[in-house]
Design a protein around this ligand. Structure first.
Ligand SMILES: Cc1cc2nc3c(=O)[nH]c(=O)nc-3n(C[C@H](O)[C@H](O)[C@H](O)COP(=O)(O)OP(=O)(O)OC[C@H]3O[C@@H](n4cnc5c(N)ncnc54)[C@H](O)[C@@H]3O)c2cc1C
Ligand SMILES: *[C@@H]1O[C@H](CO)[C@@H](O)[C@H](O)[C@H]1NC(C)=O
Ligand SMILES: *[C@@H]1O[C@H](CO)[C@@H](O)[C@H](O)[C@H]1NC(C)=O
Ligand SMILES: *[C@@H]1O[C@H](CO)[C@@H](O)[C@H](O)[C@H]1NC(C)=O
Ligand SMILES: *[C@@H]1O[C@H](CO)[C@@H](O)[C@H](O)[C@H]1NC(C)=O
Length: 509
C-alpha cells in the first residue's frame, strides 16, 4: 500500500479547493438531481459493463485511488467505471448522457489539483485499463491507449529503434498529456505531442465512435489538440513515431553561487534554440528540508554528447552530472526521479518574455515563499520546485504540421522566444498542504504581477501545468476559443462535456 487516502483528509482539502476553483467541480446542483445510486446502478446494469463498475466497498475502487499521482486529486466518487474497450466507452457515454450523470475523466491520473481528473459527486471514468500500445512498422504509427503512461509506450517502441513525442517523466499519462499539448524532449524537432498525432479515436456524448484526423472530422481533430476533455472521450491516440530511440542528456547540478551564469546560459540557449532544434534545456530551482539547489536538464535527441548549443552551460563548473547517451526508454525513468505516489502535489504556471529580470525575481520569491511556507507548516516535509523552459519558434513552427492545433502560440512567440515557468509544491499531508496552499497561490500571483508591471507577461497558461483557478483555454486567444466553441456545439450538441463533466478545464463561458 503506497498511501492511504482517508476520506476526512481528502474532504478537508476538497472543501478548500472548491472555493479556489473557478468551476463547480463538486457539482452539487447536478448531483442533487440524481439519486446517488441511479447512475451507478444504470452502469452496473449494462451487460457490457459487468464487472467493470466499482463501488466504495470494492478493493478495485480503493486500489484505483492509489493510482493518482497526487493524493489530493484522488477524490472518492459514487462509483468508478473502468472500460476495457471502445465499445465499453460508447456504452458509458450513452448512460451518462441519458441519465445526466456528472462525471470525471481520468487517464494517467497525473494532473494534480483536486478536481483535475476525478470527482466526488459523480462517476469517475478511469481509462487506466485502456493502456495498450501497438506499433505498425509500415506506417510508423504507434497506437496508444489513453490510460497508458509514457514509460509503457516507450518500452513497446524501443525494440523497433523508434520513440515518440511524449512525456519527460515515466509516470505521465497519455490521454491528458496529448490533448493538453504535450511538451517533450522532441518538441524542438517535432513540436508538441499533439502535433505528431495522426488520428484520435473518439467516443462522442451520444455514444457514437468517430475518427478525427486531417481528412475526417478535421475540426474535431484540431480542437482536441489543446482542447483537452471538452469534446469527447479519446479512446486511442495514433501518433507518428520519432525515427530514433536514442538521446543524450541528464541533470547537471551547480553550486548556488553559479546562479547568474546558469541564468545567462538559459537565456542564450532560448534565443538560439532554432539553431539546434535537437537540443533542449530546463533550469530548476528547488527547496526541501535539506536546503536549496540549482540544476539544469540538458538534452539532445540526436544523441550528440555536449553539442555546441550548450557551450555556455558547459563552461560553468558543476557539482555533479548524470549526462550520458542512452535510449529514451532508459533515460526517462532517470529524469522521473523518485516520485512516490500519495504525496499532496499541486502546480501552476505562466509565461513571460525571455527576460533575466523574471528569472531573478522568481528566484528571490522562491526563497521568500519557501521560508514563509516553512513558517506556516513547520512540521512539514515539503518541497518547492520551480522550472524554466523555453517555448520558441522552433517548437511552435510545427503547429500546422498536421491539421493545426488550438494552442494559439503563433502570436505569443511572434516577437521572440518565451519563458514558461512552473511552480510545483509538494507536501506530505493534506493538513500541511492546506497551510501551504495559499502561499503557493500568492507566489504565483506575485510573479504574474511583476511580469505584468515590467511588460514581460505573455498571459499564456499551459493547460497541463495550470492550477484549477487558471483559465488556460481562454489564454489561447479569441480565435482558438471560437474554433473550440464551434467544435463543442457540433460534436456535443447537448453540452454533456460542459455541463456534466466536472473535472478538468472547460471552455470559457
Ligand atoms: C513529474 C511530472 C512530469 C511532467 N512532465 C510533463 C512533460 O514533460 N510535459 C508536459 O507537457 N507535461 C508534463 N507534466 C504534466 C502532464 O502533462 C499533465 O499532468 C497531464 O494532464 C497528464 O496526463 P494524464 O493522462 O495523466 O491526465 P489525467 O490527470 O488523467 O487527466 C487530466 C485531464 O485530461 C483530460 N483527459 C484525460 N484523458 C482523456 C481522454 N481519454 N479523453 C478526453 N480527455 C481526457 C481530461 O479533461 C482530464 O480531466 C508533468 C507533470 C509532472 C508532475
Ligand atoms: C458493493 O455494494 C453494491 C451496492 O452498493 C453491491 O451491489 C455490490 O454487490 C457490492 N460489492 C461487493 C464486492 O461487495
Ligand atoms: C493495463 O490494463 C490491463 C487491463 O486491460 C490491466 O490488467 C493492467 O493492470 C493495466 N496495467 C497498468 C500498468 O495499469
Ligand atoms: C546566439 O544567438 C546570438 C544572436 O541572438 C548570436 O549573436 C550568438 O552568436 C549565438 N550564440 C551561439 C552560441 O550560437
Ligand atoms: C561537469 O564537470 C566535470 C568536471 O569538471 C566536467 O568534466 C564535465 O564536462 C561537466 N559536465 C557538464 C555537463 O557540465
Amino acid at each position: 500500500m503506497k498511501f492511504s487516502v482517508t476520506a476526512a483528509a481528502v474532504s478537508v482539502l476538497a472543501v478548500d479547493s472548491a472555493s479556489a476553483s473557478r468551476f463547480d467541480w463538486s457539482s452539487q446542483a447536478i448531483g442533487a438531481l440524481n439519486s446517488r445510486g441511479g447512475c451507478c446502478a444504470a452502469l452496473m446494469k449494462a451487460p457490457r459493463l459487468k464487472g467493470k463498475v466499482f463501488g466504495k466497498n470494492s478493493t478495485q475502487y480503493q486500489d484505483r485511488l492509489e493510482t493518482y499521482y497526487s493524493a489530493n486529486a484522488a477524490l472518492e466518487p459514487w462509483c468508478m467505471v473502468l472500460p476495457t474497450s471502445t465499445e465499453d466507452v460508447a456504452q458509458i457515454a450513452k448512460v451518462i448522457s441519458q441519465k445526466e450523470c456528472p462525471f470525471g475523466i481520468k487517464s494517467g491520473g497525473h494532473s494534480a489539483f483536486a478536481g483535475s481528473n476525478g470527482v466526488r459527486d459523480g462517476i469517475t471514468i478511469d481509462f487506466g485499463y485502456l493502456n495498450e500500445t501497438t506499433y505498425d512498422e509500415a506506417s510508423k504509427i504507434a497506437s496508444i491507449g489513453p490510460g497508458s503512461n509514457w514509460a509503457m509506450a516507450y518500452d513497446v517502441l524501443d525494440p523497433y529503434g523508434v520513440s515518440a513525442v511524449g512525456g519527460r517523466a515515466s509516470v505521465v499519462g497519455v490521454g491528458g498529456f496529448t490533448t493538453g499539448g504535450g511538451y517533450s524532449f522532441h518538441s524542438g524537432t517535432h513540436g508538441f505531442a499533439c502535433d505528431s498525432v495522426q488520428n484520435f479515436e473518439v467516443v462522442l456524448a451520444d455514444g457514437s465512435v468517430v475518427n478525427a484526423n486531417p481528412d475526417e472530422h478535421a475540426d474535431l481533430f484540431k480542437a482536441l489538440k489543446g482542447g483537452s476533455g471538452n469534446f469527447g472521450f479519446v479512446t486511442r491516440v495514433d501518433q507518428r513515431v520519432v525515427d530514433s530511440n536514442m538521446m543524450w542528456g541528464g541533470f547537471v547540478s551547480y553550486d548556488l553561487s553559479k546562479r547568474d551564469a546558469v541564468f545567462s546560459a538559459y537565456l542564450t540557449f532560448a534565443e538560439n534554440m532554432s539553431e539546434d532544434t535537437a537540443s533542449q534545456n530546463i533550469v530548476a530551482l528547488y527547496y526541501d528540508e535539506t536546503g536549496y539547489s540549482l540544476r539544469s536538464i540538458l538534452t539532445n535527441v540526436e544523441a550528440k554528447p555536449a553539442p555546441p548549443a550548450f557551450d555556455e552551460y558547459l563552461a560553468i563548473a558543476n557539482t555533479s552530472t548524470t549526462v550520458r547517451v542512452g535510449t529514451v526508454a532508459e533515460l526517462v525513468p532517470e529524469f522521473t526521479g523518485p516520485t512516490p505516489l500519495g504525496l499532496y502535489a499541486e502546480w501552476m504556471a505562466g509565461m513571460t518574455t525571455n527576460d533575466a529580470r523574471v528569472l531573478e525575481f522568481i528566484d528571490e520569491k522562491h526563497k521568500e515563499y519557501s521560508e514563509k511556507m516553512k513558517a506556516a507548516a513547520p512540521d512539514s516535509n515539503f518541497n518547492v520546485l520551480v522550472q524554466f523552459q523555453p517555448v520558441t519558434d522552433a517548437i511552435v513552427s510545427h503547429a500546422n504540421d498536421n491539421g493545426g492545433n488550438v494552442l494559439g502560440l503563433e502570436e505569443v512567440i511572434a516577437d521572440g522566444p518565451t519563458l514558461m515557468w512552473l511552480i510545483a509544491v509538494t507536501a506530505d499531508s493534506a493538513e500541511n498542504q492546506k497551510k501551504i496552499h495559499p502561499l503557493s497561490l500568492e507566489f504565483r500571483d506575485a510573479v504574474n504581477e511583476y511580469a505584468t508591471k515590467i511588460g514581460a507577461n505573455k498571459n499564456w497558461d499551459y493547460l497541463n501545468y495550470a492550477y484549477g483557478d487558471q483559465d488556460p483555454i481562454a489564454s489561447y486567444g479569441p480565435k482558438s476559443v471560437e474554433v473550440l466553441k464551434a467544435a463543442a456545439t457540433k460534436y456535443d450538441p447537448k453540452s454533456v462535456f460542459q455541463r456534466l463533466r466536472v473535472s478538468g478545464f472547460k471552455l470559457p463561458s
